[in-house]
Design a protein around this ligand. Structure first.
Ligand SMILES: Cc1cc2nc3c(=O)[nH]c(=O)nc-3n(C[C@H](O)[C@H](O)[C@H](O)COP(=O)(O)OP(=O)(O)OC[C@H]3O[C@@H](n4cnc5c(N)ncnc54)[C@H](O)[C@@H]3O)c2cc1C
Length: 575
């Protein structure tokens, strides 16, 4: 009688265990997979591969030692219906957690806080849908999760019902997926049939190398970050989910090595483009939950955790304008990270060097705020000295997989390891979860785009090749969307940014006008089309390209009508 209640605890011990031998000896799953990178996409891949029909025994190797709140990665994901497909297809529990822990706060409920303290703060509008979440402030998390689970199962019956987006901090998203893994492990340990493979999460492990082994599998060597010791794990399927600087991808691109892993090294060298948002630097200043903003009449307007705020500065120069951005968070007691996103030559990076200069700079830039009420000396110091993060290039790896000569082992790329771009189109995590869905469908032999049943692939190699064949064009379109979508949304301050923003906004507005005038026949711009989650990335770009092609034809026809005869005369004279 004592054994069943102990099983969940035993499974948790195994999940976090540092002993590969103990963990592996209890598994009778025949296939094993190794995932490098325990970010959201790596964890989602682990859940997918461990479940039937794949039933891999999965080891996730993550270089970070513990997942805790990290102000350098305090950005929020916006999980949209594209990203939710992964949950809706096979992980409704994860969707319920997302609905309970994520905020539906919308960018449309944005409050622009004027710089001048004498200007009133605009009234915040409350939507009815929004109020319903606040009717039960005492509701405890578990009850809320159960309630949301019920409502999500209703939503699952009809995809059209649930088209909501959820804002969730990166660390909460990772906790959510780890909770899902813990629950799965507990259920697996309690079950007598082992249809679900084990998931071993190994933190503090930095990827070192990949080597094919004689038994047909691939060995992954890692270094324990704290001790420097080396360990080896092997699997027939290796998944690179190690982010935009992927070391696994670099290993596949290394043409000095000659195993089958490096049979197409050029395919794993990323193609990259600089968008106007690439190279922007970001860090956050941590504001207390529910802080008040002083209004012109002397009252304090309490900030709502599920609302978006843009706080304007008094400065307007190229190197000192920066709007502080606060995105919605579900938990009203959570620290409110205010994003500071600027060009690298901004005062924030060049003049704000320690706590006192940071405090003085913010007091001058945002005089409405009594900064001592929100930020202490330690936080000013941390903020001033934080190196922050830099938005990546728009980049993708042409190769998404490589398979062994027997077609029974291979390596696949997912998430930022396969494609990365600045966060302005809000697709980072969603595109990564789309990769996981595509890989899952390819392994099941389903149509990757529609999910319809198809023929079971002959072997692992055939499935991975199908993944690359279908997902590659999607990723190429995604990267074009990221380059031309709306890269100026950070109100970049350089002159060329201001000109670029004006031109792009005019282009979007013109296409929108044509769309309205043609009763929807002429497609709007790609950033507008992207909001329709029923469209694939490829369909979005194809439709936008159609309008561009039509523009070009009209322009050429106009030029011909205007200058065609003149040109013919010149040619005639010359002859
Ligand atoms: C500054 C910045 C801001 C962003 N803001 C947003 C945003 O607002 N919204 C949004 O949707 N997306 C945003 N993104 C993009 C988003 O972070 C990614 O698209 C998303 O996290 C992809 O998930 P992933 O699991 O593929 O990669 P990651 O989240 O990068 O995870 C990769 C994991 O691999 C681990 N790892 C890396 N190298 C190794 C190694 N050698 N060995 C072992 N482990 C390793 C890392 O520690 C990490 O945990 C932002 C990105 C950046 C850089």
């Amino acid at each position: 009688m004592l054994l069943p209640p102990l099983l969940p605890w035993l499974s948790l011990f195994l999940l976090w265990s540092d002993s590969p031998t103990l963990a592996l000896s209890l598994s009778d799953a025949p296939k094993s997979a190794v995932i490098v990178g325990g970010g959201p996409v790596g964890l989602a891949t682990a859940l997918t591969l461990s479940n039937p029909p794949h039933s891999y025994d999965v080891t996730v190797l993550e270089q970070a030692s513990v997942e805790q709140y990290d102000p350098t990665k305090a950005y929020l994901y916006n999980v949209n219906p594209r990203g939710q497909v992964w949950m809706k297809e096979h992980f409704p529990g994860a969707l319920a957690k997302l609905q309970a822990r994520g905020s539906q706060g919308s960018m449309s409920r944005i409050t622009i806080v004027p710089a001048d303290p004498q200007t009133p703060i605009p009234q915040i509008k409350t939507l009815d849908r929004y109020d319903t979440t606040k009717n039960n402030p005492q509701q405890d998390g578990e009850a809320e999760e159960a309630e949301v689970e019920q409502s999500s199962s209703v939503a699952l019956k009809d995809d059209k019902v649930d088209t909501r987006n959820y804002w969730i901090p990166r660390h909460s998203m990772i906790c959510l997926l780890e909770d899902e893994i813990k629950e799965q492990e507990a259920a697996r340990m309690a079950s007598s049939t082992k249809q679900v493979g084990a998931i071993h999460l190994k933190k503090d492990r930095k990827f070192a190398s990949l080597t094919p082994s004689e038994d047909g599998t691939v060995k992954v060597a890692v270094q324990e970050v704290t001790t420097g010791e080396t360990e080896t794990y092997s699997g027939s399927l290796i998944v690179a989910a190690d982010g935009f600087n992927s070391a696994v991808r670099d290993c596949l691109a290394d043409d000095k090595q000659t195993s089958w892993l490096q049979t197409k090294p050029a395919q794993f060298r990323v193609k990259r483009w600089k968008s106007p948002a690439s190279g922007l630097r970001m860090k956050v200043i941590q504001m207390p939950p529910g802080f008040g903003i002083p209004d012109s009449d002397g009252t304090l307007k309490t900030t709502e955790n599920e609302y978006t705020y843009a706080i304007r500065p008094t400065f307007t120069g190229f190197n000192n304008f920066v709007s502080l951005g606060l995105l919605p968070v579900k938990d009203p007691s959570m620290i409110r990270p205010a994003n500071v996103i600027t060009r690298p030559d901004h005062d924030i990076w060049t003049k704000v060097t320690d706590g006192p200069t940071a405090k003085a700079w913010f007091s001058e830039a945002y005089p409405r705020f009594h900064w001592d009420d929100y930020v202490d000396d330690a936080e000013w110091d941390r903020f001033a000295k934080a190196a922050g993060t830099t938005f990546p290039y728009c980049q993708y790896s042409p190769g998404l997989q490589v398979t062994g000569p027997q077609q029974t082992s291979g390596v696949a790329l997912v998430g930022d390891a396969a494609h990365a771009f600045p966060p302005d189109i809000g697709q980072g995590i969603n595109a990564g979860l789309c990769d996981v869905v595509a890989l899952d469908r390819a392994l099941r032999g389903k149509d990757i785009i529609t999910g319809k049943e198809g023929e079971t692939p002959a072997n692992l190699g055939a499935a991975l090749k199908e993944y690359e064949r279908v997902q590659g064009p999607q990723i190429r379109s995604l990267i074009r969307i990221s380059r031309f979508g709306f890269p100026y949304q950070y109100r970049q301050s350089w002159f060329r940014d201001r000109v670029g923003r004006l031109l792009l906004t005019s282009n979007i507005a013109f296409r929108m006008l044509l769309n309205k005038l043609s009763f929807g026949k002429i497609p709007p711009s790609c950033i507008v089309l992207l909001q329709n989650s029923q469209l694939t990335y490829r369909q979005v770009m194809r439709r936008a390209d159609l309008t561009t092609a039509a523009f070009c034809v009209v322009l050429l026809a106009f030029l011909w009508a205007k200058f065609g005869m003149m040109l013919m005369n010149i040619i005639g004279l010359a002859i």
